[in-house]
Design a protein around this ligand. Structure first.
Ligand code: HAM
Length: 407
């Protein structure tokens, strides 16, 4: 009986080969930039109580409603694979009593997120995010700082992007706006799609980012949140635009940008690319000044973002100039010990691989060429006697036998 090979689940991929090279290249450089902006690394569990996401991302959101990998564990706990990173970070912030201690906190994280969506290009069920969260800073300069940091990361990887910006107001102005919007929508409720009809009841502002063309047409004359902000939100939004202008950061105001998670207030933004197809959002984020309170902590300002790593990597090209990789091989068994010593020295600065089996000249080259080596270095009986090493640079084809000390 033939046994069928087991495949990875739909929408869940291995990261290997060229992809894993790109993945680590991205993480290393994004982490370095985050640390330059004053962020330190934080890791939270992948599995959390389901209630955490219901209370933060929101019961009416698609993520919580339709997309969670939720189950009852063996201890009867209702748990869920995290669909995003912010909720866990906020939980940790409160659990560690940083809300009570006060002060400013900046963390970055990366790892897998899970959403049971319909897989397609750029949309996975297990995908990876690189995210940053800031606590305790209510100044709008931090909103600008976060946006500049994302731009800094995207510029490093030479990625072209568009930035969409909106303000979602605050508990003073948003509810008034929401009521106005519902009044406007009620007039042509029948013409709106089924999803929008449901959203009018549960979360009316989500109607604004409905992808249905007909709904978008009907929204043409709808009131805009950016024209209905209270004085404080308006001043902050004007200031944010001023700081971005001052730093030559281009953006578009999109008053229909509401984001798919319920925790935002004031600043909301999305970075998109036109080069990766329909799933064009490469990063998104915003301010969430009430989220700590929603989750039972002391009121603390918060703002953050996450980059979708798989989508971003579609756009990254590793610098074509290759770094050196040394291949060390023994032509004689007696040279192996010496090779281990040379490797320790070389590995301080250069990637170095050792072939443990002594082999002939030709065979070593065959193996080295199949690996990523750029320099082949071999030691046989003659070299051992002379204290030398044979080297060939596979890029320039230059061959030489030199003293080991000079290698
Ligand atoms: P989000 O917009 O839901 O925000 O996700 C951020 C990014 O993750 C998206 O822009 C996209 O690049 C990527 N992404 C989302 N879903 C998928 C998927 N199914 N497959 C591949 N990539 C995907 C958040 O998650 C918020 N936690 C961001 C944030 C942090 N806001 C404040 N702090």
């Amino acid at each position: 009986m033939s046994k069928k090979n087991i495949q990875s689940l739909r929408g869940m991929n291995d990261i290997l080969g060229k992809d894993s090279e790109l993945f680590t290249y991205f993480i290393e450089n994004a982490s370095r930039i985050a640390r330059n902006y004053g962020f330190s690394y934080l890791e939270t569990p992948i599995l959390e109580e389901t209630a955490l996401f219901k209370r933060s991302v929101g019961e009416s959101s698609d993520i919580v409603n339709k997309e969670m990998y939720q189950f009852i564990d063996k201890g009867e706990n209702d748990v869920c694979l995290r669909p995003e990173g912010t909720a866990g970070v906020v939980r940790s912030f409160i659990q560690n009593k940083f809300d009570r201690a006060g002060g400013t906190y900046r963390w970055y994280y990366y790892g897998p997120m899970f959403r049971y969506e319909r897989p397609q290009k750029g949309r996975l069920r297990q995908f990876h995010q690189f995210g940053c969260e800031v606590f305790g800073v209510s100044s709008v300069y931090e909103d600008a700082n976060i946006i500049m940091m994302i731009k800094n990361i995207l510029d490093f990887f030479q990625i072209k992007f568009k930035l969409q910006l909106n303000s979602l107001g605050c508990p003073q102005c948003m509810p008034v706006y929401r009521d106005n919007l519902v009044k406007h929508l009620t007039d042509f409720k029948e013409e709106l799609c089924e999803d929008c009809n449901r959203r009018i009841e549960t979360n009316p502002i989500r109607v604004l980012d409905c992808k249905n063309e007909n709904c978008q047409k009907l929204l043409y004359n709808a009131p805009k949140i950016t024209n209905n902000l209270c004085a404080k939100c308006d001043i902050d939004f004007v200031k944010l635009k001023e700081i971005l202008d001052y730093n030559n950061i281009e953006y578009e105001i999109d008053s229909n940008l509401v984001r798919g998670l319920d925790y935002y207030s004031q600043t909301a933004f999305e970075f998109t690319s036109s080069e990766i197809g329909a799933q064009s959002a490469i990063a998104g984020g915003g301010r969430y000044d009430r989220l700590v309170e929603f989750l039972g902590g002391r009121q603390t300002a918060g703002i953050g973002f996450a980059i979708g790593i798989e989508r971003l990597l579609e756009l990254v090209k590793i610098n074509e100039t290759k770094e050196d990789v040394i291949y060390l091989g023994a032509l004689d068994e007696n040279a192996l010990n010496l090779l281990t010593k040379i490797a320790i020295e070389k590995r301080k600065n250069t990637k170095t691989i050792i072939e443990y089996s002594p082999r002939g000249f030709k065979k070593h080259f065959q193996i080295a060429e199949k690996s990523e080596a750029t320099i082949v270095a071999l030691i046989g009986e003659n070299e051992l006697n002379d204290g030398t090493i044979y080297t060939k640079n596979l890029v320039t084809q230059e061959e030489k036998t030199i003293k080991i000390e000079d290698f």
